[in-house]
Design a protein around this ligand. Structure first.
Ligand code: C2O
Ligand code: CU
Length: 471
């Protein structure tokens, strides 16, 4: 068992103890379920014969503690900011009340150093989600502030193991330090800030030890700033049962590769049908010319867990999402422009049009519908009528891929690059290919100003943020 998979009971105990000793006086009667303390930390990311890495962490863990609640349950988390800069927590993928969404200057004031903020909401949907700051996120997420949030189904499918894999990469120097180059123009203007060390749950991945005929539910979460993962499980037919937390018709992924852009999640069923004593590779093949071994699946030589291979792959019960009415939907367009090698001539910035050479001086070189953002508190790019169905056509006018994320809602991905998407999955993040298009549809049933932005965090730095107003 992975030490990192805290049970809810353990979490309650550790969080509770901390709350009593240090923050109880500030609270009214009800103590929070748990506390997330954002603070500097030191983590052994590299193998133990290498130097440790100074990071930022939630509750002294990289990644942060796995928060687990049941669908429909209330989550109460006290954020304590012990960083030397403001922060917030955004609950990525959850359909929350606006005030709990963690967007600075839109849903709340940024939490200043030494201050706390109580997040308190009910999780409407089961699934695999995650949490991370939404202030200076390229640096704060990049230094290690992120963690998994698991909302359990009332009747979860039977598996032998339920494992969370937080996939990440880090840009480290030989002394183990995180390279302090979060303002690097090359990253902002190109594909984002990729690392040179890939980790699973904050460590160099170790072989996955399995037994024959075991069934494992893997909850894969890509928290990397820019890296896209494409996992191939050699000799195994993995079945995707949920995308971005939302149940999907179980299917083997296209090209036998579980593709995960930053922000995206997939729940997969891994049935261990290999031979006892055998070993197989998990290959990360997202980048064509640069496939690499993530880790091995190693079978115990002993007796199988059960005589036969596990039976049919389970289908998860759907979450209570409103189905968009495609025939009576309002239509909207979003165009992504900018970046290196782009054709963007200029964009609206701080309320006025600037030519590209002036935008470059501020490193704001990405735009959504012609606007380069300088803050999250901006006028809406689109206005959605509350309760109505909406179809958005997103057009990527750049050569770079962009995982576009919408807050507060889940949407169906109808088509990509002109072709219908099998199973029209629900998602909160859709990966636009270079020069690609996507059509997504949703019912705007959650009132508020919601961010729509790229999850390549250096692109956010470079202006790729917008607001969709639902009212
Ligand atoms: Cu995970 Cu606004 O992001
Ligand atoms: Cu982007």
């Amino acid at each position: 068992m992975n030490a990192f998979l805290l049970s809810r009971r353990q979490l309650l105990l550790s969080g509770g103890a901390f709350a009593l000793s240090t923050v109880a006086p500030r609270l009214s009667r009800a103590a929070p379920h748990s506390i997330l303390r954002a603070a500097p930390h030191t983590s052994q990311i590299l193998p133990s014969d290498w130097p440790a890495t100074p990071t930022w962490a939630y509750s002294a863990q990289n990644p942060g503690p796995v928060l687990r609640i049941k669908q429909g349950e209330r989550l109460r988390v006290l954020l304590q900011n012990d960083l030397d800069q403001p922060t917030t927590v955004h609950w990525h993928g959850l359909r929350l009340p606006h005030a709990m969404d963690g967007v600075p200057d839109v849903t709340q004031a940024p939490v200043q150093p030494g201050e706390t903020f109580l997040y308190d909401f009910i999780a409407p949907d089961a699934g695999t989600y995650w949490y991370h700051p939404h202030v200076n996120s390229s640096e704060q997420v990049g230094r290690g502030l992120h963690g998994a949030l698991i909302v359990e189904e009332p009747n979860p499918p039977e598996v032998d193991r339920d494992e969370v894999w937080v996939l990440d990469d880090w840009r480290l120097d030989r002394d183990g330090a995180i390279r302090n180059d979060f303002q690097r123009a090359m990253d902002i203007s190109h594909g984002g800030r990729s690392g040179n060390v890939v980790t699973v749950n904050g460590r160099i991945p170790e072989p996955l030890q399995v037994r024959k005929n075991e069934r494992i539910r893997l909850r894969l979460i890509n928290v990397a700033n820019a890296r896209i993962f494409g996992l191939n499980f050699e000799n195994h037919d993995v079945h995707v049962i949920a995308i971005d937390g939302q149940p999907v018709t179980p299917h083997t992924p296209q090209y036998d590769m579980v593709l995960l852009a930053p922000g995206q999640r997939a729940d997969v069923i891994l049935d261990c049908t290999g031979e006892a004593g055998s070993s197989h590779r998990i290959i990360d093949a997202a980048y064509q010319d640069d496939a690499s071994l993530l880790q091995n699946i190693v079978y115990d030589p002993g007796a199988p867990v059960r005589e036969n291979a596990p039976g049919a792959v389970p289908t998860l019960a759907p979450n209570p999402l409103a189905e968009p009415d495609l025939n009576n939907a309002e239509h909207h367009d979003i165009t992504i422009s900018g970046g290196a090698m782009g054709a963007m001539q200029g964009a609206i910035y701080k309320g006025k049009y600037l030519p590209i050479d002036e935008l470059v001086q501020d490193m704001r070189i990405w735009a959504l519908n012609g606007v380069a953002a300088h803050t999250t508190a901006m006028p809406p790019m689109l206005n959605f009528t509350l309760g109505k169905s909406h179809i958005i056509t997103v057009k990527n006018d750049t050569v770079f891929p962009h995982p576009m994320h919408l807050h507060g809602h889940a949407f169906r991905i109808l088509s990509q690059d002109g072709a219908p998407v099998p199973h029209t999955p629900w998602a909160d993040t859709v990966l636009l290919n270079g020069r690609g298009t996507a059509e997504i549809a949703l019912v705007a049933d959650n009132p508020g100003d919601w961010l729509f932005h790229c999850h390549v965090l250096a692109h956010v730095q470079g202006g790729m943020t917008s607001i969709i107003r639902v009212a």
